[in-house]
Write a protein that binds this ligand. Structure first.
Ligand code: NAP
Length: 244
């Protein structure tokens, strides 16, 4: 029997790379995101199923999960940051949007798929949080709070599922070059490019590799947390940049 892996937010970046890698590992892969054209472009070459999903919308989550026959691995990856404003001038709307996707989205999808994860007999929930969950930094307030929230949910879930056949893994990457910064800076490509200037960030494949490793350990082994950083980065605030 082929195991099914579900990846949220797989129309780009870490989610797309994870979908490709889990398909290569032999999983039946089901992916969700809002941009269907982009999602199909990821799914088609790897024989995955692409289904519309907005993790901030309960009805969309229900419809997505309702189309799955089984779920052995769930990678909660959908999310991201909006803005780099200091708390003094931060926008409540941005914070609400970040909380909705990174924390409540995690709750909505995990809660809905938990019966299938349990009945698989060997389920695995992976949460893509961030170094931002572990180390707050100026201008990161809303994202730090949201990812710290996602981390708390992950740790609670791990304890609540003790004794059940469902593993829970938190993945905390540092800087990964994806569309993350373009989204964070509201489409400003120049501001996004500056984030990675003079340093070598992680690639989405590096993170997918860590996720694939965690979900292919023997089923009695739970990888609780993996913190993954570029060699040029230490923690959330120190980056070594080479001058050109
Ligand atoms: P990305 O390239 O911008 O990908 C984000 C993905 O999330 C997209 O596929 C997007 O798809 C999806 N998404 C966003 N909101 C969604 C929603 N409401 N419903 C469903 N899907 C949604 O960025 P990424 O770096 O790969 O980010 C993936 C995860 O890694 C995020 O949780 C992010 O916070 C985390 N992370 C990133 C970094 C980094 O440096 N890049 C570091 C640590 C953690 P649609 O827009 O098509 O819906």
């Amino acid at each position: 029997m082929t195991r099914t892996a579900v990846v949220t937010g797989a129309s780009s970046g870490i989610g797309a790379a994870t979908a490709r890698r889990l398909a290569a590992e032999g999983f039946d892969v089901v992916i969700g995101a809002r941009r269907m054209e982009r999602l199909r472009a990821v799914a088609d070459p790897i024989g995955a199923r692409a289904l519309p999903l907005d993790v901030t919308d309960g009805a969309s989550v229900e419809a997505f999960c309702g189309q799955l026959e089984r779920c052995d691995v769930l990678v909660n990856n959908a999310g991201g940051a909006i803005g780099r404003d200091p708390i003094a001038t931060a926008h409540v709307d941005d914070w609400q949007a970040m909380y909705d996707s990174n924390v409540l989205g995690l709750l909505r999808v995990t809660q809905t798929l938990l019966p299938k994860l349990r009945s698989s007999g060997d389920g695995h929930v992976v949460v893509v949080a961030s170094i931002a969950a572990l180390e707050p930094y100026p201008g990161g307030g809303g994202y730090n709070a949201a990812k710290a929230g996602a981390r708390a949910v992950t740790q609670v879930l791990r304890q609540e599922l003790l004794g059940e056949p469902v593993r829970v893994t938190e993945i905390d990457p540092g800087m990964v070059e994806t569309e993350f910064s373009v989204v964070r800076f509201r489409g400003d490509e120049q501001a996004a490019a500056a984030v990675y200037e003079g340093m070598t960030p992680l690639t989405p494949d590096d993170v997918a590799d860590a996720i694939a490793w965690a979900v292919t350990r023997p089923s009695h082994v739970n990888v609780d947390q993996l913190v993954l950083m570029a060699r040029d980065q230490y923690g959330a605030k120190q980056v070594h940049r080479r001058r050109s």
